[in-house]
Design a protein around this ligand. Structure first.
Ligand code: PMP
Length: 371
């Protein structure tokens, strides 16, 4: 291949470097974790790990799933985990996907048909945006968490209407006004779909998520729980009616045209969910650390939010990157979130607190941040 054939790539990368938005893969090293989504430490919990090995031995004789769910990749364990997840979350049925990205892509691309409308919060995750883009439905965003603006958009909607929100927003860490949104969706006959990625394991007495915590399961058409965060592993489930499950099996391309999750992933999902009800002390400690962190930040622009995702607005790619580098030098794994991942002017440090962080570590974090 001639050198010239990649020059357009070099040019685009140079533009990124000029905008200080060049993305790199970094290893965390031995810094204090204020970055990972392993909120409860389950991804590295020794008891969970042992249980995963036991399940792998006992439940299934193979370690590969060997095909798509519609061909050789369907096995008893995967079906029973789906029903267990549905039971845990108070839903009629569940369908597993290989990741939260796949679930959102697969759900939103196939639900809305020509003449239908999808309305989504302006801060919705990229996976839902991509699903919406693949859909034949018309789509509008509404102002973040603004029920009045959502109502305006609902008034102009046609066909089947779908409303997409997150219960905990992945970059701002704030909660959706779920009760208000559910009421307005009911009024306009809209199908509410809630992505519970960052609420799973964290919100509710058993970590069941915001929808169940507020007793709003009946108001949701579908819920998406992902396993790469507090569950500490990988994959996602879409919860809803049995008819929704059948529909997705027939029309959702990121479910159909891919190899099913392997048994090791099922073992990790089952083990993580087995641990959730016993993690009340961890959830309590996490909320204490969140309160400690928020009380320790006085001179910075801290976004409101009571979840483990704490966003400190720093504004500007160069400035944000510089602060993150200083935090890294102080032994803190804090990462910058830059434009274009967030809008210009909303660049930030996305600080993630975990139940395994100590009050001393959080005190060190706030001290360095304040400096
Ligand atoms: N939804 C939200 C709100 C997320 O934050 C993420 C992960 N960043 C996803 C979906 C995608 O989940 P996964 O990492 O399992 O693909």
């Amino acid at each position: 291949m001639s050198k010239d054939s990649t020059s357009f790539l070099t040019r685009l990368l140079d533009e990124r470097r000029e905008q200080q938005s060049f993305r790199e893969l970094r290893l965390p090293g031995d810094k204090i974790d204020f970055c990972s989504n392993d909120y409860l430490g389950l991804a590295r919990n020794a008891e969970v790990r042992e249980y995963i090995h036991t399940l792998m031995e006992e439940r299934h004789p193979a370690h590969g799933s060997t095909g798509s769910r519609l061909l050789a990749g369907n096995y008893e364990w995967i079906v029973s985990v789906e029903q267990d997840l549905a039971d845990f979350h108070g839903a009629a049925a569940g369908l597993l996907y290989n990741s939260g990205y796949d679930a959102n892509l697969g759900v939103f691309s196939c639900l809305g048909r020509k003449g239908d409308t999808i309305i989504y919060d302006q801060l919705i995750h990229a996976s839902i945006r991509d699903g919406v883009r693949l859909s034949a439905a018309q789509a509008f965003s509404f102002v973040h968490n603004d029920v009045a603006d959502l109502e305006k958009k609902l008034k102009n909607a046609t066909g089947n209407i779908f409303v997409a929100i997150e219960s905990v927003y992945s970059m701002d860490g704030d909660l959706a006004p779920l009760a208000g949104i559910a009421a307005i969706c009911e009024q306009y006959n809209a199908h509410l779909i809630v992505d519970e990625a960052h609420a799973t394991g964290i919100i509710g007495n058993r970590g069941e998520g915001l929808v169940q915590h507020l007793q709003l399961t009946g108001a949701c058409f579908a819920r998406i729980h992902t396993f790469g965060k507090a569950v500490g592993c990988h994959g996602a489930v879409v919860l809803g009616s049995g008819i929704l499950r059948d529909y997705l099996i027939n029309f959702s391309r990121s479910f159909i045209y891919t190899t099913a999750l392997p048994p090791a992933a099922l073992a990790a999902i089952e083990a993580g969910y087995a641990a959730f009800p016993y993690m009340q002390a961890e959830r309590k400690k996490l909320s204490e650390l969140i309160a400690q962190f928020r009380a320790g930040i006085v001179n910075a622009e801290l976004l409101p939010g009571t979840t483990p995702i704490q966003a400190v607005l720093t504004r500007g790619n160069e400035h944000t990157r510089g602060i993150a580098q200083r935090m890294q030098a102080a032994g803190l794994d804090v990462r910058p979130i830059l434009h274009p991942t967030v809008p210009k002017g909303a660049e930030r440090l996305r600080i993630v607190l975990h139940s395994f962080n100590t009050p001393e570590e959080v005190a060190h974090l706030t001290k360095v941040l304040q400096a």
